[in-house]
Ligand binder design. Structure first.
Ligand code: HEC
Length: 126
């Protein structure tokens, strides 16, 4: 087990308040990443190149003014709670997906730590 990972784990166990705060800049990288969050596939996102913005979902600009941190977290963990037919994937779920590559089976799309980072970024979008 690498030491940085262990330190992060210990910090998140001992300092839940600190760990839950998340890192907005790390969240921005996840949201704009084409291999991790893929939020751009569906959502227009402020500051991202024009031709790369999705048009399937509402713009994320102002998300932090419209929703509390808790509500934004719920959007990521349980999007079907808000719309049972949503096309938005549940980023915290690790079961119940179809046709998952063997290496990715049983893993959530984003770890709890990454979810904290994405929430911190969304909260900053006022
Ligand atoms: C496959 C398309 C898709 C992807 C990928 C996706 N979303 Fe969504 N998202 C939606 C749709 C569609 C909605 C509108 C509500 C609904 O139908 O669920 C939505 C709603 C939301 C909302 C609520 C917006 C509002 O203002 O009410 C937030 C916040 C959000 N998404 C964040 C994200 C983030 C962050 C990611 C990436 C980690 C992401 N979404 C990835 C399709 C997507």
């Amino acid at each position: 087990m690498n030491r940085v990972w262990l330190a992060a784990l210990l910090a998140s166990l001992c300092l839940p308040g600190w760990a839950a705060a998340g890192d907005a800049r790390a969240g921005e990288r996840i949201v704009s990443s084409r291999s991790q969050g893929l939020c751009l596939l569906c959502h227009p996102i402020p500051g991202q190149p024009d031709g790369l913005q999705g048009t399937l979902a509402p713009p994320l600009a102002g998300a932090g003014s419209r929703h509390s941190a808790q509500a934004l977290r719920q959007r990521l963990l349980n999007p079907e709670r808000f719309n049972p037919d949503t096309v938005m994937p549940s980023y915290g779920r690790s079961q119940g997906f179809n046709q998952v590559a063997p290496a990715l089976r049983g893993k959530p799309l984003l770890t709890p730590h990454q979810i904290d980072d994405v929430v911190a970024y969304l909260v900053s979008l006022k």
